[in-house]
Design a protein around this ligand. Structure first.
Ligand code: C2E
Ligand code: CA
Ligand code: CA
Ligand code: CA
Length: 270
């Protein structure tokens, strides 16, 4: 039994080392990709449910690795979050997308830009000056920029993050709570945060029309959000049935593959 035990440890050792090496290499590659400007943003339309018009786009980071091909953000964002790399990555996204949107707006397009902020960025005192700088250099109006923060990041009790949020509000940028429904925030917390938008997590939208529970949850999230004057966006809409139901439930805006996948700017606008 002893040798078996040791054998297993050795196996895990080899396996673990292999995995750590892949991570290390991926992290190094990501560092290079950020430095060389190889990351790009795809834009996904957000549609107003009353007018049917595209009122915003969400910028989503894309990385095409020379060997592994497309690496999903769900894999490389957490990797970047383990080090200061997330700051460089966040700055890059901010500069790149505000630049792109400002140019589109100059040629007459009236849409808002939504981008994602990670927890580490909220705790970074350098974020606010960076946002101001991006708005100043691109000429994008503050109210045309919406920063999305996940419910779990917002519900941490961080004094630093609280200050960042207050300063961002001061500048006039919009704030959204992302992936709502996955955490445990109360109506009181929602009100205290003074946000502009609430995004209902895809896991609820996905089950709309199939589960009465999901419908009840979405209905109550919308009522709760409207009670504190938040605009509600449903994410992950994949078919017409969900869209009809969301309209019935008085949801304001929607986003999802059915309305448009994330795509390169030139594909979305020509
Ligand atoms: P998220 O902010 O919740 O973004 C929505 C995700 O859902 C995107 O995945 C989008 O492609 C996907 N999606 C949209 N509509 C549908 C649909 O109808 N069906 C399905 N199955 N999926 C849909 P993506 O692009 O892979 O991004 C995953 C996550 O990575 C994002 O979730 C966000 O948390 C993070 N992320 C992406 N870009 C950035 C970034 O620039 N900065 C930070 N901090 N995080 C980012
Ligand atoms: Ca988001
Ligand atoms: Ca989301
Ligand atoms: Ca999500």
């Amino acid at each position: 039994a002893k040798t078996l035990g040791r054998g297993r440890y050795e196996f895990f050792d080899v396996e673990l080392r292999r995995r750590m090496q892949r991570r290390l290499r991926l992290e190094q590659d990501l560092r290079d990709a950020v430095r060389l400007g190889k990351l790009w943003a795809a834009y996904q339309p957000v549609v107003d449910l009353r007018s049917g018009k595209m009122v915003a786009v969400e910028g989503l980071l894309r990385w095409t690795h020379p060997v592994h091909g497309a690496v999903p953000p769900a894999e490389f964002i957490p990797l970047a979050e383990e080090s200061d790399l997330i700051r460089q990555l966040g700055s890059h996204v901010l500069r790149m997308t505000t630049h792109e949107l400002a140019a589109r707006r100059r040629s007459g397009l009236d849409v808002e830009l939504k981008i994602n902020l990670s927890t580490r960025q909220l705790d970074d005192p350098g974020l606010v000056p960076e946002v101001e700088e991006a708005l100043r250099t691109t000429g994008l109006p503050a109210k045309a920029l919406c920063l999305e923060i996940t419910e779990s990041a917002l519900m941490r009790d961080s004094a630093l993050a609280g200050e960042t949020l207050a300063a961002l509000r001061e500048i006039g940028v919009r704030l959204a709570i992302d992936d709502f429904g996955t955490g445990y925030s109360s109506l009181a917390q929602l009100q205290r945060l003074t946000l502009d938008t609430l995004k209902i997590d895809r896991s609820f939208v996905m089950r709309l029309g199939e589960s009465a529970d999901a419908e009840a949850i979405v209905r109550s999230i919308i009522a709760m959000a409207h009670a504190v004057k938040l605009t509600v966006v449903a994410e992950g809409v994949e078919h017409q049935g969900q869209l009809d139901l969301l309209r019935e439930l008085d949801c304001d805006q929607a986003q999802g593959y059915y309305l448009g996948k994330p795509m390169p700017a030139r594909e979305l606008w020509g």
